[in-house]
Every structure is written in structure tokens, then in C-alpha cells.
Design a protein. Structure first.
Length: 186
């Protein structure tokens, strides 16, 4: 997949610090400052507003005629389902453990989750998103209508069904790469 309309996510504000420096982001560990004495990078970032790459290049060439198309290299999107996780872990990486190490450790983990109620159903959903290797879920309860206000893994059609049965099926739909073992009344 190629980026056809590059943009900076709105959760990362772009703002000038002075006439030659700007910043992207405002949170600790995910903020980057750019020295930009010519203003070219600032303009490039501001042209990344949802327009196509071709329109972005055209705008840059209009403002900076010395820029040529053969200097531009299209980069392929090498992201996978866990790219966002690795980017998140990068904020907490240390010298002894980088974001890949954290991700690998999760991918090799087996987690035992006791209970699929309000907390357990949410945690199960999050663990599937993180990509643990194996998730063992344990619950002996059935889904009740009163559960739906806080147990977001279940829907109205699930009322009366066993939590482990529904949870296993739903979690496999969230991430088919995870091995899920269900213990309870199947």
C-alpha cells in the first residue's frame, strides 16, 4: 500500500517555536523539533493536509522551483497490525529493552485471564489487540442483559449464552493469529 494522501495526525499538533524551528507533537517522548532555516520543511508539513502526493509535489514545486520530481521517493507502507503498538512502546523503551523487544515479549506470552466480566472482557479485547501468543480465558457465567452496559465484548443477541463461548469466537474475530483456550461451560 502506498501513501496517496500523506498527512500529520491531528493528535500531533504542528507549531512554530521561532522563525527557524518548529515542533510536531506536544507530549513527552513523542515530540520532535525540526531546525528549518529555509522554511521548506514547514511548508511541506503544511501542504500535507489531505491532498494527493502529486498535488503536494506541485505545491512544493510552485513555491520552490528547484525541487524536481526525480528527487522524490515514494515509500511503501510497511506497517502491519502491530505497528501502532510498537510506536506506542517506543515511548517507554529503555536502553535494555526497545519497542521490538517489548512487542516480541508480548507475542511470546501466554496470559491466563480469570473472569470475562466488566474488567476481564475489556482486558481480553486489549490483549488480542496487543497480539499475545496465547490467551486462556476462564468464566462459568452466562451473559445477562445487565452486563451489556459495561461488558463491551457482548451484544444483545448474546444474552443467555456462555461468556467463554461468545468471548472465544469474538476474540478470534478480533485477532485470528492468537491461540485462545476457553475454560468454562462451553
Amino acid at each position: 500500500m502506498k501513501y496517496s494522501k500523506p498527512r500529520i495526525k491531528t493528535i500531533y499538533p504542528v507549531y512554530r517555536l521561532d522563525s527557524e524551528t518548529f515542533r510536531i507533537g506536544s507530549q513527552k517522548n513523542i515530540t520532535t523539533e525540526f531546525e528549518d532555516p529555509t522554511g521548506e520543511m514547514w511548508d511541506l508539513i503544511n501542504f500535507m493536509d489531505g491532498r494527493t502526493i502529486e498535488d503536494l509535489l506541485r505545491a512544493m514545486q510552485n513555491k520552490y522551483p528547484d525541487i524536481t520530481l526525480d528527487e522524490v521517493e515514494y515509500k511503501e507502507d510497511k506497517s502491519d497490525r502491530y505497528t501502532g503498538n510498537r510506536n506506542y512502546f517506543k515511548r517507554y523503551a529503555t536502553l535494555s529493552m526497545n519497542e521490538e523487544d517489548v512487542h516480541d515479549k508480548l507475542n511470546q506470552s501466554t496470559i491466563l485471564l480469570l473472569g470475562l466480566g466488566g474488567g476481564g472482557s475489556l482486558v481480553a479485547n486489549l490483549l488480542c489487540g496487543l497480539g499475545v501468543r496465547k490467551l486462556i480465558i476462564v468464566d462459568y457465567d452466562v451473559i445477562e442483559l445487565s452486563n451489556l452496559g459495561r461488558q463491551f465484548l457482548y451484544v444483545e443477541n448474546d444474552v443467555g449464552k456462555k461468556k467463554v463461548t461468545v468471548a472465544k469466537e469474538r476474540l478470534q474475530q478480533i485477532n485470528s493469529q492468537i491461540e485462545i483456550e476457553a475454560i468454562g461451560h462451553l
